[in-house]
Design a protein. Structure first.
Length: 192
């Protein structure tokens, strides 16, 4: 995850945030992953204005874009207009939004999100505090379970996300299940 620069969208200052996911060299032999998500997040309100995805996994290739009209509560995805909740998040901006909140063991936070033209209610449960080792450093982390719900029912596999247990709440580890197993992403380095 990286904040690139501050830009303007709809006369608002926005953070240009990116998330790059790459498989390890060993995993590349079996299934190479090279994804890039970009989100344009309102600097003041911490909600999304736009998200782009460049997805590359094995032979799968997709490029997607969602533009959010937060003033009129619409999103535009693949030439479709979708009604969205007030101050909806996308899959990347939701991380930054959560980082602004005070998180404690036992908390359950809900937020509205939109991803690939669909609206979700995202439930984040702060499960425990535990040590996590990364190439960056060993940290005390808040372990959270993230459940994306559509029409009240969980959709897809749940994710586990570990945030540093400090004021920065840096996501240092993510585990996401899929059809072939579990993908684990670990923070490699951090600069401030």
């Amino acid at each position: 995850m990286e904040l690139k620069k501050i830009m303007k969208i709809s006369d608002r200052d926005v953070y240009h945030a990116t998330l790059s996911t790459r498989s390890s060299r060993l995993m590349d032999i079996f299934f190479k992953i090279d994804d890039l998500l970009e989100s344009y997040i309102d600097k003041e309100g911490i909600f999304t204005w736009k998200q782009t995805k460049r997805l590359r996994g094995g032979k799968y290739r997709a490029d997607r874009e969602t533009v959010y009209d937060q003033l009129n509560h619409h999103a535009y995805y693949e030439e479709k207009k979708i009604d969205i909740p007030y101050y909806v998040q996308d899959s990347l901006s939701s991380f930054y939004y959560l980082r602004t909140m005070e998180l404690r063991k036992g908390d359950i936070i809900t937020l509205d999100a939109n991803d690939d033209g669909k609206n979700y209610l995202v439930e984040v449960k702060v499960m425990s505090i535990e040590p996590v080792s990364t190439p960056w450093r060993k940290v005390e982390a808040l372990k959270t379970e993230v459940v994306w719900k559509r029409e009240g029912k969980p959709e897809g596999e749940n994710s586990l996300v570990w945030f540093t247990n400090d004021e920065k709440k840096i996501p240092v580890k993510i585990e996401k299940g899929n059809r072939i197993g579990t993908v684990t992403m670990v923070l490699q380095k951090a600069k401030f």
